[in-house]
Design a protein. Structure first.
Length: 540
């Protein structure tokens, strides 16, 4: 009986001491957090989710609804509504297939698109090696009305999505996969229209895919910017295909050039750090509002197993201490951490080249926030970082700002290539140097953002040209295209992770008929080899 009274008295005393410690600490740290917040706001930094507005007008919502129909988003998750998945499937034409060195395949000029159902899931009844063009026409015609509405919406004004900013890191972004799938569908439809000599319809699809980048006002979330840069690659490849028709017309080319001249991929990047900080700070505040139920430990249980009772009390103490003490420390540290990250991004985006940018802190190596307290906030933060790292790995492993640099290079290559096409339409041939474009078609030659030197340009023997950037490695490889997806690497088509580093970002010359035939033969040989391997495996 005496031992029980001692235990109860000790527990009461410990509880009183803990309550006093928690109460005395929380007030000081809450004041420190508020002082930090006020100081940052005086300096012009956003610290709260209320500082952001992701609402959209009824007209913008109507336009967004036409771009994000459920069918568009389902295709990116591998569903088969349209008969293809989002990336790397042979039943969706690859818009930038390298043939050899600096040449690429003009898809819409091919008499047949071969189909290999034993390698990937197929449409029922479609035989291996058959022509895909008729099947593509049938599927696209069936969904023509929805795609036409999407084109009308994208071409009629700015693109912005209505989002619930108060959800912070938990904010849903369902429009992102829909936009990616829509861009790929537009690319496929443009190929069919070019193949069928419907040049006006093909141009509408090209301009729509372009507007998904140039008219889209992305929310300051890293994944949103990453998707926009992926859309830029799709638009880049599609623009190359469309310009091989050499019949776009001066007025249309000038309009397309103005679209890309209006884009700034770096302007809103610093704001992503501010929104990330405000979202994570909101998690700290939410944890303070969470009700913590103290465990009920019977005296008999404590006497029977004092170790378990101690662990239970220690865990409750840790949670209470974090709620009344650690959340304030983390909130203050997070505001300062994301302020520093925002300043780093401001400095980075002011760089004139990737060579200058990559020397700055936080550009090539991501800086992570680490709390000294284990908490739900830190778990959610880590999960977010892992998700973003996974997306970057799937996109080729480049850093966040590295992807921005690639998008900027593609933008400059497109502007220059369009100006070259305008020059050809006026003079009958391409110029010997980029200086001939100015000042009428291009006020001054655009620099290669990667190294700050002029974009590399040369005429080919067949009357076309090759235009390229040295890429993120800064090494001039002579305008060499990645050859992933040829021959034995055919299964890797559409996979950037296998692209060798000794290549450039290239606006290639169109491949010759002989080069295209050799490429198709390599695909057939690769398919035959894969089929034979599968038969051997079944036999074994």
């Amino acid at each position: 009986m005496k031992r029980r009274q001692i235990i109860i008295a000790g527990a009461v005393a410990a509880g009183a001491v803990c309550a006093w410690l928690l109460g005395s600490a929380g007030g000081r740290e809450e004041k420190a957090v508020e002082q930090t917040r006020l100081s940052l706001r005086r300096e012009g930094f956003k610290t709260d989710l209320a500082d952001f507005d992701f609402s959209a007008s009824p007209e913008l919502r109507r336009r967004a609804a036409a771009l994000t129909r459920g069918e568009f988003s389902r295709t990116s998750r591998g569903d088969s509504l349209y008969g293809w998945s989002s990336v790397g499937r042979p039943d969706q034409p690859d818009l930038m297939t390298a043939l050899a060195g600096d040449a690429a395949l003009v898809v819409w000029k091919q008499e047949q698109l071969f189909f290999y159902p034993d390698v990937y899931p197929s449409w029922p009844g479609h035989e291996a090696g058959g022509d895909l063009w008729p099947a593509l026409r049938a599927v696209l015609n069936e969904n023509r009305a929805d795609l036409d509405k999407a084109c009308e919406a994208a071409l009629s004004g700015p693109i912005r999505f209505n989002l619930e900013v108060s959800h912070g890191n938990a904010m849903l972004l369902p429009h992102l996969p829909a936009l990616r799938s829509l861009a790929q569908l537009l690319g496929t439809r443009a190929m069919v229209e070019l193949r069928d000599h419907h040049r006006d319809a093909a141009w509408t699809n090209l301009m729509t895919a372009t507007r998904l980048v140039t008219a889209y006002d992305p929310e300051p979330v890293e994944i949103s910017h990453l998707v926009r840069w992926a859309l830029t690659t799709t638009a880049y490849n599609l623009t190359w295909q469309a310009l091989q028709a050499e019949s776009c017309g001066e007025e249309r080319l000038a309009a397309l050039q103005r679209e890309w001249e209006s884009v700034d991929f770096f302007k809103r990047l610093p704001e992503t750090a501010a929104f990330s900080g405000a979202s994570t700070v909101g998690t700290c505040r939410a944890e303070r509002r969470e009700l913590i139920r103290l465990p009920r430990i019977r005296v008999s249980d404590a006497i029977r197993s004092p170790q378990n009772a101690w662990y239970t009390l220690a865990d409750s103490w840790r949670r209470l201490r974090y709620r009344h003490h650690g959340t304030y420390e983390d909130e203050k540290a997070l505001m300062l951490f994301h302020r520093d990250r925002e300043l780093q991004l401001r400095s980075a985006v002011a760089s004139t080249s990737w060579m200058e940018m990559r020397r700055l802190p936080g550009v090539t190596n991501r800086i992570f926030f680490a709390s000294k307290y284990p908490s739900a906030m830190q778990c959610l933060y880590n999960l977010k970082q892992l998700t973003q790292a996974s997306f970057m790995y799937q996109a080729g492993g480049n850093s966040y700002l590295g992807r921005a640099a690639e998008a900027e290079v593609r933008r400059r290559l497109m502007i220059t290539a369009i100006a070259l096409e305008r020059y050809r339409s006026r003079h009958g041939s391409y110029p010997t140097g980029l200086q001939a474009l100015g000042p009428e078609l291009l006020p001054s030659p655009l620099m290669d953002f990667m190294d700050g030197q002029p974009l590399r340009y040369r005429l080919s023997g067949d009357g076309h040209f090759v235009l390229y950037s040295v890429g993120l490695d800064g090494v001039d490889n002579g305008g060499r295209l990645p050859l992933a997806g040829r021959g034995r690497d055919w299964l890797a088509r559409g996979t950037r992770m296998l692209i060798p580093p000794d290549t450039d970002v290239v606006w290639p010359r169109p491949g010759s008929k002989a080069e295209a035939e050799r490429h198709h033969q390599e695909e057939k040989n690769a398919y035959a080899e894969l089929t034979q391997r599968a038969e051997w495996t079944d036999a074994d």
